[in-house]
Design a protein around this ligand. Sequence first.
Ligand SMILES: [Zn+2]
Length: 208
Amino acid sequence: MARKDFETTDHPYGESVGSLINEFAKLPGIGRKSAERLAHHVLSKPAEEVTGLSDAIRQVKESIRFCAVCFNLTEEELCAICRDSRRNRQVVCVVEQPRDIVSLEAAGVYEGVYHVLGGALAPLSGIGPEQLRIEPLLRRIREQGVSEVVMATNPTLEGDGTALYLSNLMDNLNVQITRLARGIASGSVLEFANREMLADAMRGRQQF
Ligand SMILES: [Zn+2]
């Protein structure tokens, strides 16, 4: 990209500042101006403080992995929810991303476990069933006596399409399929829905 090349090679302070700005600018919600402000913040701080930030980033990438059962993020073999013996393993809530689990857990009404698909079907962007964790979900249902699958994909075109696709696959699996109640605005994402809304959507879930 032209802008990137310009910033990296021609920054008045030198190349390393240019590339730091580029890295910040890749973060979600960070525009060019904010990236520059963050870079100046880093430049103004003592080395120990800045090293703390870079260490924390490296640490999280080294220690965080996917839960072996549900693909939530965790520092251990199993995530905290899968390790919790009080959770009902007969009910599996299907979400697109680990951050959706954080939102649903904050709502505080769900007692089952989760399954993270890793996205939603989006044929136009090249995301087909084989890119999602569908096979491990079907295996869980078949092998672990799951009685209910709660579809909590985002209420978007892709999320709805994914829920429909999955429910067709589960047709012959002798499992009840439900969907979060429609309180969350269509086209929005779970991540940004507020707690009460998610709690209501979970309590009021309906047969798919
Ligand atoms: Zn887990």
